[in-house]
Ligand binder design. Sequence first.
Ligand code: GLN
Length: 312
Amino acid sequence: MEDHARLEEAVAEIAADMAQRTDRGAVASYIPELARVDPNQFGICVVTNDGKVVAGGDADVPFSIQSVSKVFTLTLALGLVGDTLWKRVGREPSGNAFNSIVQLEHENGVPRNPFINAGAIAVTDAVLGHHQPRETLGEILRFIRHLADDEAITIDQTVARSETENGFRNAALANFMRAHGVIDNAVDHVLGVYFHHCALTMTCRQLAMAARFLANGGRHPTAGHSVVSSERARRINAIMLTCGHYDGSGEFAFRVGLPGKSGVGGGIMAIVPGKASIAVWSPGLDKVGNSRLGSQAMERLAKTMGWSIFGP
Ligand code: GLN
């Protein structure tokens, strides 16, 4: 198929070009495990809805997915508690940094959206429900392995420990929300699960595979069943578009035109509804904490393939 050839060419060109670049941005430095990552890496993988997998660069190098995991926990939470989730977390872009606390004070401890840290912590509380952290983490891991058709996906325990030791801001957010009754479980349990799902380690290939259901009207392409309804898939994509890059979400929509979710490990997952799922990774970040080369790669790929939700 002609589109496949064009896709293979685009991915190869982007990977070759990104390998040469020197303007990579700075890697996250709040924990030693991320600060140590070699910034001279770039990976890309695209999985089309007809099952073609096109990978380039360091597509098989595992990295810390960090906030990209928030898409999977949101999906799980909606499955568990349905639309009652929206009582404790909003759906509006925040325009503030991912770890900001300011809006919580004005909005009774209800975070603006599920993809800023406060929102993801509230979502994690819903996923935890009345279970033990260990069981919940097992459930999250099983879910992601199932989505990706890959049993090799794991959580990096060293990263999780470091996040716990350095997560003072996240602890502040969680405590503030607990004080407002937005979080029901013990703060240390909720944070434990949150830090561990942020510490999921995946490759671009695994991430693009795990995202397939969102490109596919909510259906798992190989298992054949619905992970979520098509309406829910659309809504998750909508929140990724409006909130997936924090205070850089407008810029990502403007430049790329696709729903996407970034993480401070340098990963970005994006969805071309009805067509494909994409993962890119480059550890150097821009000033709001999104992968610098990753965003540029997404922009180029979307442009070359004519992939924008806003029109051809
Ligand atoms: N674990 C990180 C944190 O909680 C995730 C942030 C991110 O990827 N933007 O600060």
